[in-house]
Ligand binder design. Structure first.
Ligand SMILES: Cc1ncc(COP(=O)(O)O)c(C=O)c1O
Length: 382
């Protein structure tokens, strides 16, 4: 028996890096982790306390397919307090992470055979999910020339399209779309009848630049988000999407059949996380320090062709001058230096061989040590 053709999607190579790093650790070797795209902190204390209490006292059965009313209302409150935007609760669907939001959202918005554009580099699961749904993926190459942001001319040239998926801040580049450019993309999508998804999962993690929500620009955009990054809760598997009003009911219906409900204990913890903002902001302060260590470290060794790194916790660096494909580079850095980093191929199937993504979500000491080891290696191999 053969797997279906549409399940023949690319592997997520970062998982392979993580596996190689684990194997090295299991054999007694040391690894500095700059590959993992997740906070090194646990869920905030208040969230953990709420989860513990719920485990002791609740049955923790299924919730509604769109999540608990309490959590949906708290998410609406988040948009009111933080962005001054009113989002009706009926448009909010709690999901199994932003990953669940992608599957539900793409299914509800697009038909098989539609043409949907994604940025290159961009988060690989958009491409993989779309392909698995028999949707034609159209790459939008972005690079240093435009700060890794798409231009309207570029988007125009790809028409006709049924959809576009963008993230701000972006994984892997950290690029944030400024308010005017986000508004231009939303208006372009409206004018051209392109169904737009904006992934705002890294909102809350930005360094001196505002991160406007696309929800402030009308109700025809689907926004996805999650408790994984700013809220430091990757393994709890809770995210959400805000659907255009005409789509929300379809999303909920799909959720009923695809997942029944998002994780109950995760929702309890997520609700409590909204009361832990001091702890979460302290995490962002730590990322800010880490970001400088990596940007300064790479700059000092001449690897300074980095994407702007305005948000999230990644630096996307051009390593082409080292003359080795980034997959081979990452393999050697793990073998020779004990440094795990992610080769660009995951994020850009065309030009990823020239780039590496460093995650700075880990400990400052590890990052400083990694930069020192890399500096020596680059010096020897330049
Ligand atoms: C841009 C982006 N979107 C979505 C996800 C999925 O996150 P989760 O399913 O943990 O919420 C990730 C995870 O790394 C991501 O970087």
């Amino acid at each position: 028996m053969q797997p279906s053709k549409r399940s023949d999607i690319a592997p997520f190579y970062v998982m392979e890096v993580m596996r190689a790093a684990e194997a090295r650790e299991a054999a007694g070797g040391e690894v500095l982790h700059l590959e993992v795209g997740q906070p090194s902190t646990p869920a905030p204390a208040g969230a953990r306390r709420a989860a513990t209490a719920a485990i002791e006292s609740d049955t923790l059965g299924y919730t509604g397919a769109a999540g608990t009313s309490a959590l949906r209302e708290a998410i609406a409150g988040w948009y009111r307090d933080r962005y001054d935007v009113d989002v009706p609760v009926e448009r909010i669907v709690v999901t199994t992470g932003a990953s669940g939001s992608c599957v539900l959202g793409f299914l509800a918005l697009y038909e098989a055979g539609d043409r949907v554009a994604v940025l290159e580099p961009g988060y690989p699961c958009y491409r993989n999910d779309l392909q698995a749904l028999d949707i034609e993926v159209v790459g939008v190459p972005v690079g240093h020339e435009t700060g890794f942001r798409p231009t309207i001319d570029q988007l125009d040239a790809l028409l006709p399209l049924e959809g576009l998926v963008v993230a701000s801040p972006s994984n892997p580049t950290g690029t944030v779309l400024p308010a005017d450019e986000l508004a231009a993309v939303v208006a372009w999508a409206d004018t051209n009848d392109v169904r737009l998804v904006v992934d705002e999962i890294y909102h809350g993690i930005a360094y001196g630049v505002p991160t406007p929500t696309a929800l402030a620009l009308g109700d025809r955009v689907m926004v996805i988000n999650s408790f994984s990054k700013y809220f430091s809760m990757t393994g709890w598997r809770v995210g959400w999407l805000v659907a255009p009003p005409a789509i929300a009911e379809a999303v909920e219906r799909l959720a009923q059949s695809l997942t029944v409900a998002p994780p109950t204990v995760g929702q309890v913890a997520a609700l409590a996380a909204f009361d832990c903002l001091d702890e979460l902001e302290a995490n962002v302060d730590r990322y800010r320090v880490n970001r400088s260590i990596v940007l300064d470290g790479l700059g000092a060794m001449g690897l300074d062709r980095c994407a702007p790194a305005d948000g999230a916790f990644y630096v996307w660096t051009d390593v082409s001058e080292l003359g080795t494909d980034s997959q081979e580079l990452c393999r050697r850095w793990l073998d020779e230096l004990g440094i795990a980093a992610t080769p660009g191929i995951d994020f850009d199937p065309n030009r990823g061989g020239d780039f590496v993504r460093f995650s700075y979500a880990g400990a400052a000491e590890d990052l400083a040590e990694a930069m020192a080891r890399l500096a020596g290696w680059v010096e020897r191999h330049r």
